[in-house]
Design a protein around this ligand. Structure first.
Ligand SMILES: [Zn+2]
Length: 303
């Protein structure tokens, strides 16, 4: 019985207490035994902490600020639904090409089989079919097509579905004479699709030249983070390449570059401000001005 009475502090580190003094707490079993799958999450989005300045605000307050930190201006990461809500008038839009789904061409297995990985996401998230959604609607009265990535779907990775949806979105724009905008948020190629993923770079770039031939504008918005095959293809091919403040944008990550060139990287390397200074971007747009700027740009293109 004596060694069953555990010393509380020692128990925190998983050690069985040896002291015989009176314990306030008694722990029968050591360690944390709750399985990850059984853990209860705090109700999501009640409170949010800014990762940049630690400012704490309620979800409702932050939403009102379009998820921009009221204290330091940090742009929180958003998903496609949130961008659509910000951009489309009265949150009214029609989603296109929802019937396309990824397929495991290669029988690829990493930590788990790709097929299983896809099925798990579809099962848990009824909203997302793949890492890119395409929608048509009005932005401040200007009708346009907006494709937006979801980072939560395998890191917003560029797979054959993203490529196909992208291509169909361009066709739709040409058919209906509409401007095209893509909101990028991606870790790069989808490794589970290997060469099929890499082919999408050529496919999407080719499609954009068709859009250009049709004299329709293409705006690329780069958000945090935009990397790999996405930044190496259509994300940098916009008639306008614009970015949110402080977004990480690059091809390879800083660690890989540092190890390759064996040199320290300059401060702010791969942030949108750095890229603007070095001529990669046309301008940086605060999310609060995003809708207004996009509509203005579309009107300018029209004239
Ligand atoms: Zn902040």
């Amino acid at each position: 019985m004596a060694d069953e009475i555990a010393d509380f502090e020692k128990n925190l580190s998983g050690d069985q207490g040896k002291d015989q003094k009176t314990s306030w707490f008694r722990r029968i079993k050591k360690g944390i035994l709750t399985k990850t799958s059984e853990k209860k999450e705090t109700q999501e989005g009640l409170w949010t902490k800014c990762p940049e300045c630690n400012y704490i605000s309620t979800f409702a307050e932050l939403k009102e600020q379009l998820f921009v930190c009221p204290k330091c201006g940090y742009h929180h990461r958003l998903n496609s639904s949130q961008y659509y809500e910000i951009l489309f008038d009265n949150n009214e839009y029609t989603e296109l090409f929802t019937n396309i789904r990824s397929k495991d061409f290669l029988g690829f297995t990493d930590l788990k089989p790709y097929k299983k990985r896809l099925e798990d996401i579809w099962k848990n998230n009824t909203n997302l079919k793949d890492s890119l959604r395409v929608a048509v609607g009005k932005v401040d009265g200007e009708e346009m097509v907006i494709a937006c990535m979801d980072f939560e779907f395998i890191g917003g990775s560029l797979g054959s579905v993203m490529g196909e949806k992208f291509a169909r979105a361009v066709d739709y724009c040409i058919q209906h004479r509409l401007p095209y905008m893509v909101i990028n948020k991606s870790g790069g190629a989808r490794m589970m699709e290997s060469a099929f993923s890499l082919m999408q770079m050529a496919k999407t770039s080719g499609k954009l030249s068709q859009l250009s031939d049709a004299k329709l504008p293409y705006i690329s918005l780069l958000t945090d983070p935009t990397f790999g095959g996405v930044s190496a293809s259509f994300a940098m091919l916009g008639d306008l390449n614009i970015a949110e403040p402080g977004a990480l944008i690059g091809f390879a990550g800083p660690r890989v570059i540092k190890e390759t060139i064996k040199k320290d990287l300059p401060e702010g390397f791969q942030r949108s401000e750095f890229l603007l200074e070095h001529g990669f971007l046309d301008f940086i747009v605060n999310r609060k001005e995003l809708k207004n700027k996009i509509a203005t740009v579309i009107r300018l293109f029209k004239n």
